[in-house]
Write a protein that binds this ligand. Structure first.
Ligand SMILES: [Zn+2]
Length: 228
């Protein structure tokens, strides 16, 4: 699977174009909050054959431009089921963060996904891994070589857990499950550069609790959730 990154909007969110190399079929993961991603995708040659729209979570910078995407590249759209309440709040979400100009329409959801669900992109099978904490339904999409993690994990950091509807205790458990996946997985985050699960397990200061649990060496890490 080919993974191309497009960084857009005032939060410099990473959106991804995933392409199954056998068939040339593509999926878009996350949207940005303006029509910037649509314009970037329209500029690509050859034109992408977009068959799926996937969301990692429903913060406005990740899902706020869904209506723009659907107007130009209409395709079946998948939302983590547990993310529905945050998604429904898109019209007021900007105001929660003191930025009413970021209030957005919801767009259309065709399928809700749960942990372990799969979707087919040409000959590539994408599996949904639920990793709540940053938001109630935040999740990741993986083909076994790459994993698109949204705001679950960043190179050297993790997604914030102090937002409305965040839960640091859920995040601790989600990171345990995410980091149980193979270390060679290439991690494509919602913000910042690419990394791997192995690199983050070895060095990420927010994963010190995991290194301790597993008896691994490396930096001790920071306490960021109750009980760590
Ligand atoms: Zn977010």
């Amino acid at each position: 699977m080919k993974v191309e990154r497009f960084t857009v909007g005032m939060f410099q969110v990473n959106c991804y174009l995933l392409t199954d190399e056998a068939t040339g079929q593509s999926a878009v993961v996350d949207t940005g909050e303006t029509d910037e991603l649509v314009r970037l995708l329209e500029g690509l040659r050859p034109k992408p054959d977009i068959r799926l729209l996937l969301l990692t979570h429903a913060h406005a910078d990740h899902a706020g431009a869904l209506t723009h995407l659907q107007a130009r590249f209409d395709a079946p759209t998948y939302l983590p089921a547990l993310e529905r309440p945050l998604f429904e709040a898109l019209p007021v979400q900007g105001a929660w963060f003191g930025m009413p100009s970021l209030n957005r329409p919801c767009g259309r959801i065709d399928h809700e996904v749960h942990d372990g669900d799969t979707v087919q992109l040409g000959e590539t099978t994408l599996r949904f891994v639920s990793t709540p904490g940053h938001t109630p339904g935040q999740g990741c999409w993986t083909d076994g070589g790459d994993i698109i993690v949204g705001d679950t994990l960043f190179a050297g950091s993790i997604g914030r857990t102090d937002f409305p509807m965040s839960d640091p205790r859920l995040m601790v458990d989600s990171l345990r499950r995410l980091m149980a996946l193979p270390g060679h997985l290439r991690v494509h985050s919602g913000h910042g550069p690419m990394t791997t699960l192995g690199e983050e397990l070895a060095n990420n200061p927010f994963l010190g609790f995991l290194r301790k649990e597993r008896g691994l060496g490396g930096p001790p890490g920071v306490r960021w959730a109750p009980g760590l």
